[in-house]
Design a protein around this ligand. Structure first.
Ligand code: GDP
Length: 316
């Protein structure tokens, strides 16, 4: 396939085109993945999660710029959960990541998060393969951490960096959300503002007895504006990658992650097909009317809806 041949030669336009094909669900895109897949799998994947406004994009830009200066080839995938379906590349992220993008040597792609609740964009997984095919040795996936999205990003990436800020006020509340639990490294961003050290202390106490399979979670204060703390962050990311690679169960874990990843893709596929079919269904509309008017209980509504789905043979 011509696009794949060009991709392997380092052609960015082909990479962009292939990612679009995957986003569109085109069979040409999936055929390309079949060709690319045997050649990829060794790039380092870093996931950046955190609440909106925590500074993920700014931090991603800074980190990408620093790693690039070391001679690494960086690809960035930014998943925007709030953007409308089919939003494509979002200018906003490009602007915010300006620092890394200026050189043109970092490939940045934003993708819209489509309908399915609780997953990073389905296409983000394929995009990591495509970027590696393009020759990127380090791929940063930026995604808001929310619910099950975190699970997918943690099986897709080697190291998860969770970004929090000193502006939260009630850090205990933050911990209760579970947002920082998936992090392999916790970053307290905006350390140029007051209060960052207190947050570092609170979170460090919270994690003082916690280990992730033998990994002690570091808490690092950084400023994505000034660059303070990035050396420590970078060192911790490579320390974690080394830690993973030298773990006894490294291969088993990788295999387990592939299974989890595939099952979440399957879930999304079934959801997409079901919703596409139900969208135009008169029968489904009647069920919803019954539900809203309390004539049908929610369980019965699900049972009847499933019947429609089976009748339409959504999986054949
Ligand atoms: P995201 O929604 O998590 O991607 O957050 P952004 O990267 O868009 O950042 C949100 C706002 O915080 C922007 O106005 C940034 O300029 C600002 N910001 C990001 N990092 C820092 C930082 O380290 N210090 C300060 N003072 N502001 C920051």
């Amino acid at each position: 396939m011509d696009l794949v041949k060009k991709l392997f030669q380092g052609d960015e336009r082909s990479a962009a085109r292939l990612i679009s094909l995957i986003e569109e669900g085109s069979s040409e895109g999936f055929e390309a993945i079949r060709l690319i897949y045997p050649h990829v799998g060794s790039a380092q994947k870093i996931g950046i999660t955190g609440s909106p406004g925590a500074g993920k994009s700014t931090l991603t830009g800074k980190l990408a710029a620093i790693l690039m200066d070391e001679g690494r080839h960086i690809g960035v995938i930014a998943v925007d959960p709030s953007s409308p379906e089919g939003g494509g590349a979002l200018l906003g992220d490009r602007v915010r990541m300006g620092e890394a993008d200026k050189t043109g040597r970092v490939f940045i792609r934003s993708m819209a998060h489509r309908g399915y609740p609780g997953g990073i964009a389905k296409a983000a997984i394929g995009a990591t393969y495509i970027l590696e095919g393009l020759g990127k040795d380090t791929i940063i996936v930026e995604s808001i951490g929310a619910g099950q999205a975190e699970i997918q990003i943690s099986v897709l990436c080697d190291t998860i960096v969770t970004v929090v800020t000193s502006g939260y006020g009630d850090e205990i509340q933050l911990m209760k959300t579970g947002l920082i639990e998936i992090g392999d490294i916790i970053v307290v961003n905006k350390a140029d503002k007051p209060g960052a050290q207190e947050v570092v202390q609170d979170i460090s106490i919270h994690f003082s007895n916690t280990e992730k399979n033998g990994w002690k979670i570091p808490v690092v204060a950084v400023s994505s504006l000034t660059g303070e703390g990035f050396e420590t962050l970078k060192n911790n990311i490579s320390r974690h990658f080394d830690f993973l690679k030298h773990a006894d169960n490294y291969i088993d874990k990788k295999r387990e992650h592939l299974e989890t990843l595939m099952l979440s893709l399957l879930k999304e596929e079934i959801w997409d097909r079901t919703m596409n079919m139900l969208n135009g269904s008169e029968e489904f509309k009647l069920i919803l009317d019954g539900l809203k008017e309390k004539r049908i209980d929610p369980y019965e509504a699900v049972r009847r809806t499933s019947e429609i789905a089976f009748k339409h043979k959504i999986l054949v």
